[in-house]
Design a protein around this ligand. Structure first.
Ligand SMILES: NC(=O)c1ccc[n+]([C@@H]2O[C@H](COP(=O)([O-])OP(=O)(O)OC[C@H]3O[C@@H](n4cnc5c(N)ncnc54)[C@H](OP(=O)(O)O)[C@@H]3O)[C@@H](O)[C@H]2O)c1
Length: 342
């Protein structure tokens, strides 16, 4: 099939290969670029993309990845690609003293899954950790990842929530994410820290993401719940590029930007298309509800352009990966959740 990505090495190479527009824009970033919470799903490829773009631009940008690094393999992976690593627990005042000097700061720390069993940890990670970071980097320029979960559901036939809409979501994770945003806004007003809040909806990269969850269900013949029938989704490489290009949007007081596909996608259609690529018929259960978690990404796209990877390419790549038995992170998105319980 045309969309085949051979292995994880090829996938990571693709996710960290800068396009010319990023090579141009990376010159604007101040060294060192410090990524906080860099040990998760997005951080490693984002850090290496910044490094490769800076090298291509001849820009002397040091990139420092900060996390607890619960998975030590990430440290080796990053260091082999010329990204410095520093181990810090942002919940620990003693550990926070080890945070490095920064030019610009990219904030990725968060906790979503496991909230149902331990909500207090979700609240701590999403509120205490940002306060520690904001005290240390007061007055800096910060791009902070947030989530489309800060919005309530909107009409499934509509274009999704906009940045000015009220933040009244269901569930403790989503409300802790609202608190995280409000703390960035508070510090931004108090200290003049310039912040761009990037509300991301569903990034995907063959190892995780909504199309991956759908493709795996189609492949295994498992029923796909249609209740949350519409969603947005963006290729991880495109999201990474747009995140790095959003530093000029940092502003005091903090401002939010939705980051995802411009279009919305139907679960039923996506699974049917994946089924064609996989040679299997999807099994569905339930019916589409009249609301869904959707974001309108037009404002950010008008600044940075639309994400370049087409939906068909994303589906084809994912199907090829799943059919070839490619590895998965084992972290389902749980996109079918409608009560905010993660
Ligand atoms: N991936 C998506 O599709 C998506 C969608 C919407 C929003 N987002 C937002 O984007 C952000 C980054 O996404 P992601 O998928 O990379 O999240 P992630 O996989 O949960 O990564 C965040 C990382 O933060 C680190 N961390 C947690 N507590 C920490 C602490 N006390 N001190 C230092 N580091 C800590 C953890 O790595 P260590 O264990 O190494 O410390 C964790 O893996 C999230 O905060 C989320 O709100 C992501």
């Amino acid at each position: 099939m045309r969309g085949a990505i051979e292995n994880e090495e090829s996938l990571d190479e693709m996710l960290t290969r800068p396009r010319p527009v990023l090579v141009e824009d990376i010159r604007e970033l101040r060294s060192p670029l410090v990524l906080l919470g860099a040990g998760g799903k997005i951080g490693p490829s984002l850090a290496v993309l910044a490094r490769r773009a800076a090298e291509a631009a001849g820009h002397d940008l040091e990139v420092i990845a900060v996390s607890r690094f619960s998975n030590p393999e990430k440290v080796r992976w990053l260091q082999e690609r010329r990204v410095e690593t520093v181990s810090v627990d942002l919940l620990s005042p003693a550990s926070v003293k080890d945070l490095p000097e920064a030019g610009d700061v990219l904030y990725l720390v968060g906790l979503k899954f496991g909230t149902e069993s331990n909500p207090s940890l979700t609240w701590a990670v999403n509120t205490v950790a940002p306060m520690h970071a904001l005290e240390r980097y007061a007055g800096h320029r910060v791009v902070a990842l947030s989530t489309g979960n800060v919005y309530p559901m909107s009409p499934a036939r509509g274009t999704g929530s906009q940045e000015g809409d009220s933040l009244t979501p269901l569930g403790e994770y989503a409300n802790a994410a609202v608190a995280r945003e409000r703390l960035f806004e508070y510090a931004s007003r108090k200290d003049g820290t310039k912040v761009a809040l990037i509300r991301l909806n569903y990034a995907t990269d063959c190892r995780y993401g909504v199309p991956v969850d759908l493709a795996r269900k189609v492949w295994r013949g498992e029923a796909i719940d249609l209740a949350n029938g519409v969603f947005n989704c963006i290729w991880q490489g495109d999201a990474n590029e747009m995140i790095l290009r959003s530093f000029p949007l940092a502003h005091s007081p903090a401002r939010p930007w939705n980051l995802t596909s411009r279009e919305t996608y139907q679960v039923r259609e996506a699974a049917t298309q994946l089924g064609k690529f996989l040679g299997r018929e999807p099994v569905f259960t339930g019916e589409e509800a009249s609301t869904a978690l959707l974001s309108d990404a037009r404002a950010l796209c008008s600044k940075l352009g639309s994400p370049p990877t087409s939906w068909n390419t994303i589906l084809e790549r994912t199907a090829c990966w799943v059919r070839a038995g490619g590895p998965a992170l084992g972290k389902p998105t749980r996109f079918e959740v409608r009560d905010g319980k993660y």
